[in-house]
Design a protein around this ligand. Structure first.
Ligand code: HMG
Ligand code: MG
Length: 302
């Protein structure tokens, strides 16, 4: 088995993680977390989203957080954008990358962004065009790529269709997301193969929530296919406000532990990453939702 020698991880904790917190997380804490992540060696951080504050009040401080970051050369800062209004606000904050987010199931599309899949593509087309005209890279996320909280199993053909539509409107990268973490390796591979019909291997990534503890096997299944880019979330923060019961993304600490154990380079310093996860977990008054972080913190304490 030949695995990629290098993997790029995008830490989505500040956005996918903190969008789900009930208590208020001040902008200063988010900024400190982002600084700790970049100091640990993360080269891309999903900072925030420019969505409606009525829908996701946790991200209402988007511009403040973007303005407060001390940007580190070589690090990319990405933000979610649902429409032109969001793009205009996002561009003022000078992100390196925007993320347009659609779904492979109709009901999730309705609940999450209040429109059908077809309408979402129409809405995203001018967003993608305007972002690219400004030289901003456009990544996409396809939610519910294996399962939907409202419709159940999702067929790979649905992923293929959305990947094709994203490609047609000029999206440059396709993220395949198991929003509720129900996928298992073969089903995730089928979803990835569907995306690979329209995007090259260097332009796809996996985004796995760990609800059923399948995120690491799913990551390994993708590595076997040559996929080398993944989203993960420090301390396993998060979930999605429109996907009840889904837990956070796979913890960055757990993915890094696995990859380094396999001799795969990430450029990340696991000890500093553990410190970043402990920082935000302490603020949230809970333990990191990461087996590797728990083990290493126990070892340090003992
Ligand atoms: P809508 O209500 O249909 O939109 O929501 P609207 O155009 O009718 O606007 C309603 C109000 O929101 C108006 O304000 C707009 O100005 C305002 P009012 O006139 O009532 O005062 N508004 C905005 N304000 C700020 N920024 C904006 C914006 N747009 C409208 N960009 C909309 C449609 C898409 C806006 C809404 O449904 C929305 O914001 N949804 C976002 C939901 C979300 O953020 N979900 C979580 C992220 S996705 C995710 O987590 C999955 C992912 O991790 C992958 C995975 O795991 O699957 C990426
Ligand atoms: Mg997510």
């Amino acid at each position: 088995m030949k695995y990629p020698s290098k993997v790029k991880l995008v830490d989505v904790g500040p956005r996918d993680g903190l969008q789900n917190e009930k208590g208020e997380v001040p902008a200063a804490v988010k900024i400190e977390l982002i600084h700790r992540l970049q100091d640990a060696g993360l080269t891309e951080i999903e900072v925030t989203s420019f969505v409606s504050p009525k829908w996701v009040p946790q991200m209402a401080d988007n511009a403040e957080v973007m303005a407060g970051i001390h940007r580190k050369p070589g690090v990319r800062y990405s933000v979610l954008v649902p429409n032109m209004k969001g793009l205009e606000a996002a561009l003022a904050s000078k992100p390196d990358e925007i993320v347009v987010f659609g779904a492979a199931s109709e009901k999730f599309s309705q609940r999450n962004i209040n429109c059908s899949i077809a309408e979402s593509i129409e809405r995203f087309a001018p967003v993608v065009e305007a972002a690219r005209a400004k030289g901003v890279f456009v990544r996409s996320a396809i939610s519910t790529a294996v399962g939907c909280p409202y419709e159940g199993d999702v067929a790979p053909e649905r992923v293929e269709m959305v990947a094709r539509l994203f490609k047609e409107i000029g999206v440059q990268h396709c993220g395949v997301a198991d929003t509720i973490g129900v996928g298992t390796p073969r089903r995730v591979q089928a979803a990835m193969e569907a995306a690979l019909k329209h995007f090259a291997i260097d332009d796809v990534s996996g985004h796995f929530h760990d609800t059923y503890g399948q995120a690491l096997p799913n990551t390994l299944a993708c590595l076997e296919m040559g996929i080398w880019q993944f989203d993960s979330s420090v301390a396993g923060l998060g979930g999605c406000p429109y996907a009840k019961g889904a837990t956070g993304n796979v913890a960055t600490e757990d993915v890094v532990y696995m990859l380094h154990g396999m001799g795969i380079d990430t450029g990340i310093d696991l000890d500093r990453l553990i410190d970043a996860g402990k920082f935000i977990s302490d603020f949230l008054q809970r333990k990191p939702n990461s087996r590797a972080a728990t083990a290493i913190l126990n070892k340090r304490a003992g």
